[in-house]
Write a protein that binds this ligand. Structure first.
Ligand SMILES: Nc1ncnc2c1ncn2[C@@H]1O[C@H](COP(=O)(O)OP(=O)(O)OP(=O)(O)O)[C@@H](O)[C@H]1O
Length: 387
């Protein structure tokens, strides 16, 4: 990173996608104005990025609408798991909570062949909107929290019913719809998502950049003027980790703080991992933080989980001793949660949540975040509690 700078100077090098991921096998370098699929798509802004892709706001010249163009890294197999999952899930579920797929194609670039998927333009992530409210010292309105919870549980119900699991649910992959935006003029759209801000990427030693690197870095849409959370619905994105029941992958890429306990204690998991993650998302809607912090050690994570809802199941206690012995940091030795005390979740909930309409969320989070997947509420049971 030290060999690069931006012109004009900016922090884009440090708070956007990793420039070193623009390499053979990695991201495809994109500039504003680039076109794809024989000029059908013209890029006007950047919507975001992940470890495996960059996502661009583009004009679909055929449909005359704004769309999201996801360009996966060249190392991803073609057709990509995400595309295959999206196609299969759209075919087998009725759910309207899955990002709508518009088109897919392969783009050849200097870093290799990239799977591109075009989906409807969606709005900000639930995590972003929750964080914005929190920065302003507020919480999302109860009605909106309840709407997101209901739609999330309905989406999981319908996926599980059809024999699928999302596998990577988080507030970063639950996104609001943006139903009013797809046919706006470019200026009107930028007024809502933020006008693009870019800077040329240069080498400090003055050498040419080479074809793998983008000529400019672009700040992602800020969605600063987007205020439609009370009118819009939610959709689930990022289907690269999805799987069919009985065809669970051997390993799942999980953010440390969202690891489900069964993946640590047993190494096995199934579709009920979605239920644990749903509990984490609903918790975040209320408290603007994830339930646990990950400090690089599973033992510290588990120590936070114990007593959050319940004590550790009997059959995992021996393994917990082993995990603690191997831990790089000392964790409190397991001495059994005191069942007469309120759980950490209950204490937090009663201290900070007072709106009567939100009360059903306590037994819902409680029921979804049970250690043993077999003890967790199903999505249908959680929906019943929501009333
Ligand atoms: N249809 C869409 N409309 C608007 N923004 C989108 C859309 N799809 C993705 N994004 C934005 O792009 C970001 C990255 O997308 P996504 O999570 O699908 O990428 P990824 O590379 O698969 O990520 P990860 O490394 O988490 O698996 C999202 O967090 C979101 O902000």
């Amino acid at each position: 990173m030290d060999q690069f700078a931006t012109n004009p100077p900016s922090n884009l090098l440090h708070n956007q996608e990793r420039v070193l991921s623009y390499r053979p096998g990695g991201y495809h370098p994109v500039c504003l104005g680039d076109t794809f699929k024989k000029k059908r798509y013209r890029v006007v802004h950047k919507l975001g990025w992940g470890g495996f892709s960059t996502v661009w706001l583009a004009k679909d010249n055929l449909l005359g609408a704004w769309v999201a163009l996801k360009i996966e890294i060249a190392e991803t197999t073609i057709p990509s798991p995400e595309l295959l999952n999206l196609q299969s899930i759209h075919q087998h579920t009725e759910s309207d909570r899955v990002a709508h797929l518009i088109d897919s194609f392969v783009h050849e670039g200097p870093n290799g062949s990239h799977q591109c998927t075009v989906t409807e333009l969606l709005g900000p992530t639930v995590d972003n909107v929750v964080a914005d409210y929190h920065t302003g010292g507020e919480r999302l309105e109860s009605d909106i929290i309840l709407k997101i919870t209901k739609q999330l549980l309905e989406a999981i119900f319908s996926l599980h019913q059809a024999g699928y699991a999302h596998g990577d649910l988080s507030g970063a992959n639950v996104v609001f719809t943006a139903s009013q935006l797809s046919h706006l003029s470019e200026d009107a759209l930028f007024d809502i998502v933020g006008h693009p801000e870019s800077a040329a990427l240069v080498r400090i030693d003055g050498d040419p950049m080479g074809g793998s690197m983008p000529k400019q870095l672009i700040r992602s849409t800020s969605w600063a003027e987007w205020v439609d959370e009370d009118e819009e619905d939610i959709r689930l994105i990022d289907w690269g980790e999805a799987f069919k029941h009985g065809q669970e992958p051997a390993r799942l890429a999980q953010p440390g703080d969202l690891k489900a306990p069964e993946t640590i204690f047993t190494g096995h998991f199934d579709h009920r991992i979605d239920l644990w993650r749903a509990g984490c998302i609903i918790y975040t809607l209320l408290f603007a933080a994830r339930p646990f912090q990950y400090l690089g050690d599973d033992a510290v994570l588990i120590a936070q989980m114990i007593g959050f809802v319940e004590e550790l199941p009997q059959q995992w206690r021996q393994e917990w001793e082993v995990i603690q012995t191997n831990a790089s940091i000392d964790t409190p030795h397991y001495n059994g949660a005191n069942l007469h005390q309120a759980s950490k979740l209950q204490s937090r909930f009663y201290a900070l949540v007072h709106e009567p309409g939100l009360m059903p969320l306590l037994p819902i989070i409680h029921g979804l975040m049970r250690f043993l997947p077999s003890e967790r509420l199903t999505a249908a049971e959680a929906l019943k509690l929501l009333g």
